[in-house]
Ligand binder design. Structure first.
Ligand code: NAD
Ligand code: MG
Length: 353
C-alpha cells in the first residue's frame, strides 16, 4: 500500500488523481486538502485552507501529490523534500519560486521528486538511468495556446473567455492563461533547470500545436529520445503515483497513422515575451524566479477579473522584475517575504498612474 496525501484535491489535476487512486488497489488516499471547497469524507484526514504542512505531519504519507495552484503550495513542497517523503509535483510554481532552497531540502531529505508536469514527466522518462555527461540538452514542447499565430495587435482586446479556450489541454484557469501568454512554458523552463540540473542554454522550447510530443532529450552522439502520447494528464499523474511500476491506465495507445500532425516551430518571443523573461529571471537566479512567479500570479488574477488587459500581464511582470533585488532566500521565511514583496509591487503596477 502506498499512502497518498493529495493537496489540491478539487482542481483539474486533483480530480484526475482521484480517478487514478480509485482505479489502483495499491494506492490509499490518507489525506486531502483544498483551498476553499468543502471536501469532508474524501479521505480519512481532510483540510480546507490552512497550513498544509500540519495536515502532512498528521497524515504521515508515503507520497505527497502537490496539485495546489501557485506559491500557496511552496511550504508543502519544501516539507516533503526536507522530510524525504516522495513528492509528485504538479505545483511547478513552488519549485520555480523555491529553486535552490528546494534542491538543498531534497539533498537533505533524500526522497524522490517525481514531476507531474507532462513535459517534465516525459523528460524524466527519457533521461532515466542515463549518465548526465551524455546529455546535450532538453527540448520542451508548447502547444502555443489559443493565440498561437497571432501578432501583438491582435491580442490587445482579447478577453479572459478567449484566453481560457485551450486548444489541447483542459486545465485550471491560472495555468490556462499562463499557456496563452507562454508564461507556463517560462515557468517550465525554470522547473526543468531545477529538476534536471541543466543550464538554461541547454534548455529549448518549440511550439508543437497538437501536444503529442511532450519532450525530447538530445544526447551527445546525435541521438534524440522523445516521449509521445495523446495530451492527457492522467498519464503523468499515474506514472508519478505508481512509480516505478508504470501501472496500466484506461487510455488508448497512440495511433500515429490516424494522423495527429507532428509539426514544430520556433516560439514568437516578441508577441509572447514572458517566455524570454522567464529565461532571464532563471539565469539571474536568487529570488528572481520567485518574483517572476508572484508578479505573474497577481497579473493573471487581475486579467481574469477584467482589471488588466492581456498584454499588460507581461508588462506587469517585467516592471516587478526591474524593481526587486533578487537576493537569494535562506529559508522559507525569506522566500515568503520575497513573494509578498513582488506581489505588493505587482499590485502597485496595476494601479492606473
Ligand atoms: P486548479 O485551479 O484546477 O486547482 C487548484 C487546486 O489547488 C484546487 O483544488 C484548489 O482548491 C487548491 N488550492 C488553491 N489554493 C490552495 C491553498 N492555499 N491550500 C490548499 N489548496 C489550495 O489548478 P490545476 O489546473 O489543477 O493546476 C494545479 C497545479 O498543477 C498548478 O501548479 C499547475 O500549474 C499544475 N499543472 C496543471 C496541469 C493541468 O492539466 N491542469 C498540467 C500541468 C501542471
Ligand atoms: Mg506542462
Amino acid at each position: 500500500m502506498k499512502r497518498i496525501a493529495l493537496l489540491g484535491a478539487t482542481g483539474s489535476i486533483g480530480r484526475q488523481a482521484l480517478e487514478i487512486v480509485a482505479a489502483h488497489p495499491d494506492l490509499e488516499l490518507v489525506a486531502a486538502a483544498s483551498g476553499s471547497q468543502e471536501i469532508s469524507g474524501l479521505a480519512p484526514l481532510t483540510q480546507v485552507g490552512g497550513d498544509l504542512t500540519e495536515l502532512l505531519e498528521r497524515a504521515e504519507p508515503d507520497l505527497v501529490l502537490n496539485a495546489v495552484v501557485g506559491f500557496a503550495g511552496a511550504a508543502a513542497t519544501l516539507w516533503a523534500l526536507e522530510q524525504g517523503v516522495d513528492l509528485a509535483l504538479a505545483n511547478k510554481e513552488s519549485l520555480v519560486a523555491a529553486g535552490e532552497l528546494a534542491l538543498a531540502a531534497r539533498r537533505r531529505g533524500g526522497g524522490l521528486l517525481l514531476p507531474v508536469d507532462s513535459e517534465h514527466s516525459a523528460a524524466f522518462q527519457c533521461l532515466e538511468g542515463r549518465p548526465s555527461e551524455t546529455v546535450e540538452g532538453l527540448v520542451l514542447t508548447a502547444s502555443g495556446g489559443p493565440f498561437f499565430g497571432r501578432g501583438r495587435a491582435e491580442l490587445e482586446e482579447v478577453t479572459p473567455e478567449e484566453a481560457l479556450e485551450h486548444p489541447t489541454w483542459s486545465m485550471g484557469p491560472k495555468i490556462t492563461v499562463d499557456s496563452a501568454t507562454l508564461a507556463n512554458k517560462g515557468l517550465e523552463l525554470i522547473e526543468a533547470h531545477y529538476l534536471f540540473g541543466l543550464p538554461y542554454d541547454r534548455l529549448e522550447v518549440v511550439i508543437h500545436p497538437t501536444s503529442v510530443v511532450h519532450a525530447l532529450v538530445r544526447f551527445r552522439d546525435g541521438a534524440s529520445l522523445a516521449h509521445l502520447g495523446y495530451p492527457d494528464m492522467r498519464v503523468p499523474i499515474s506514472f508519478a503515483l505508481t512509480y516505478p511500476e508504470r501501472a496500466a491506465t484506461p487510455l488508448s495507445p497512440l495511433d500515429l497513422a490516424s494522423g495527429p500532425a507532428l509539426e514544430f516551430s520556433a516560439p514568437d518571443l516578441e508577441t509572447f515575451p514572458l517566455l524570454a523573461t522567464a529565461r532571464q529571471a532563471g539565469e539571474l537566479g536568487g529570488t528572481y524566479p520567485c518574483a517572476y512567479n508572484a508578479a505573474n500570479e497577481v497579473a493573471v488574477e487581475a486579467f481574469l477579473r477584467g482589471r488588466l488587459p492581456f498584454l499588460a500581464i507581461a508588462e506587469t511582470v517585467e516592471a516587478v522584475l526591474g524593481s526587486v533585488d533578487g537576493t537569494p532566500a535562506r529559508d522559507l521565511d525569506d522566500l515568503t517575504t520575497a513573494d509578498r514583496e513582488a506581489r505588493r509591487l505587482a499590485e502597485r503596477a496595476l494601479q492606473p498612474a
